[in-house]
Ligand binder design. Structure first.
Ligand code: GLU
Length: 480
């Protein structure tokens, strides 16, 4: 299906790194557009961004691309509605501010922060909802000019009409109805001349041809204000879908203490992009199919009717489940590339210990035993370092087995041994050990662990010299 008139968008404020909550919003918008053959637009809402935060604009674009959430319109993909960074749209906003002022629908407000605070306090004391009284609306032309002449800072406020009902059908939450009398005249231009969120966000959605806005439900009460503004400006109003927020296991808004991460941190930890998108696409949304899906299928089967209204709970165990699925589905070559790409804070690549000619053999041996690159690094250390880590349980088993067994095992090496099965058979015949009591001591002494990948593969990767050294060391150690 292609429907180029269908357009969703992601409109982040680049004031920090993308975290799981906001990237999920991006993903839902992406999937909806991709599923309909529409356009996914990226807009940078940078009017608040302090100087020097360009790095966040770069970082969020990098994160989206890394997740393959490519936008068809936005920075670097001009399609006639740009620029796509709000700081570059000042002139456009100016025209619309003028339009409102000419119609008497916006007025300068000279109230100071202090005055506004007192007003709110008085309203609360009188048990009324805090709302701007509209005081500056009553100023005469002369009074306004006087204040301007005196250099009093002014914001621009939108004059909210009296006694109007604002109704819309939210695509997730159903019919919505708000009364304009509950909404005070709100600021659309700050005193420094920059547009306020309500204004630039709504105007840009309209001018950029966005037809569906999917965003967090914390924006639900902004929507009636934005609809009033768009109506006043004669601009089209998109459809809206306000999605439930992501919370931690304790129900509180997601934060670092829930183990939630920025996309950058997840990438550095070694999560695969396809694992992250499979997890997020199911965070507050249900698919019939619970297997790992490529983005195209996630898009084709994404269904707004299956979005949950209750808050979505972040669960790291689920994220790890999808990571496991992603590792299981990747080819050996993809996994090797992943291990080579992944670096530790010490600068070492996960794959650094693996001799290049053993690369694929290594991946084949360990792939069922790894979820994160750290697991692979551990197996690489087991197989290719001279001081492999030894688990306590393995050390205890080697001690309990005793020197005689390993001396015999060492002697059996002389009969050659490309094949672990044949070798173990020879050790069994020579020691009388069978089953677990044959295989476990061999595994423990050769790998320093009592569990792990198939021994036959590990045997080949260890190679005869290392096998011999480990047996000799065990014998020496037990004899001393
Ligand atoms: N810049 C706003 C934010 O990051 C956009 C909200 C919206 O999606 O409309 O919260």
């Amino acid at each position: 299906m292609t429907d180029p008139a269908f357009k969703t968008r992601f409109a982040p404020s680049p004031t920090g790194l993308l975290h799981l909550g906001n990237v999920r919003t991006a993903l839902f918008n992406y999937l909806l557009a991709a599923g309909r053959g529409g356009v996914f637009l990226l807009r940078l809402e940078d009017t608040d961004a302090a100087r020097g935060e360009e790095k966040y604009e770069q970082a969020l674009q990098h994160d989206l691309r890394w997740l393959s959430l490519d936008w068809q319109e936005g920075p670097g993909c001009e399609r006639g509605h740009g620029p796509y960074a709000q700081t570059e749209r000042g002139e456009i906003y100016r025209d619309y501010f003028s339009l409102l002022q000419e119609q008497g629908l916006a007025y300068p407000c000279f109230c100071s922060e202090h005055e506004l605070k007192l007003e709110r306090k008085a309203q609360r004391a009188a048990r009324r909802a805090p709302r701007y009284s509209g005081r500056c609306r009553a100023l005469s032309h002369e009074q306004v000019q006087e204040r301007f002449a005196a250099g009093t800072p002014a914001t621009l406020r939108f004059h909210v009409p009296d006694n109007v009902a604002i109704e819309f059908e939210d695509r997730v939450r159903g019919p919505q109805r708000f009364a304009s009398d509950d909404i005070g005249d709100f600021v659309i231009r700050r005193s420094d001349g920059t547009p306020a969120f309500f204004f630039s966000n709504a105007v840009d959605d309209a001018l950029m041809g966005v037809t569906l806005v999917v965003r967090g439900e914390d924006h639900l009460t902004n929507t009636p204000r934005q609809i009033l503004l768009l109506r006043a400006l004669g601009l089209p109003v998109s459809e809206y879908a306000h999605i439930a927020l992501v919370v931690g296991a304790d129900g509180a808004p997601l934060s670092k203490r829930h183990g939630s991460r920025t996309v950058q941190e997840l990438r550095e930890e070694g999560f695969l992009p396809i694992a992250i998108v499979n997890y997020l696409a199911r965070l507050g949304h249900t698919y019939v199919d619970n297997t790992l899906m490529a983005l195209g299928r996630l898009a084709a089967e994404f269904d707004m009717a299956r979005l949950h209204r209750a808050p979505a709970r972040f669960d790291r165990a689920q994220l790890l489940h999808w990571q496991k699925e992603a590792v299981a589905r990747a080819t050996d070559e993809e996994l090797w590339a992943w291990l080579c790409r992944h670096h530790y804070p010490d600068g070492q690549a996960t794959a650094a210990l693996v001799p290049p000619d053993r690369a694929l053999g290594f991946v084949q041996a360990v792939r069922d035993n790894i979820i994160m690159p750290g697991d692979a690094r551990q197996w690489a250390a087991v197989l290719f370092s001279d001081n492999p880590p030894v688990e306590n349980e393995a050390a205890a088993l080697v001690r309990a087995t005793g020197a005689v067994f390993f001396e015999t095992a060492l002697a059996c090496l002389e009969r050659g041994g490309d094949d672990f099965k044949a070798y173990a058979g020879a050790v069994g015949a020579a020691t009388g050990a069978k089953g677990k009591s044959l295989f476990m001591p061999l595994r423990a002494v050769l790998t320093g662990a009592t569990h792990g990948p198939e021994m036959g593969r590990l045997w080949t990767l260890l190679g005869p010299a290392r096998v011999r050294r480990r047996l000799e060391q065990a014998v020496q150690h037990l004899a001393s």
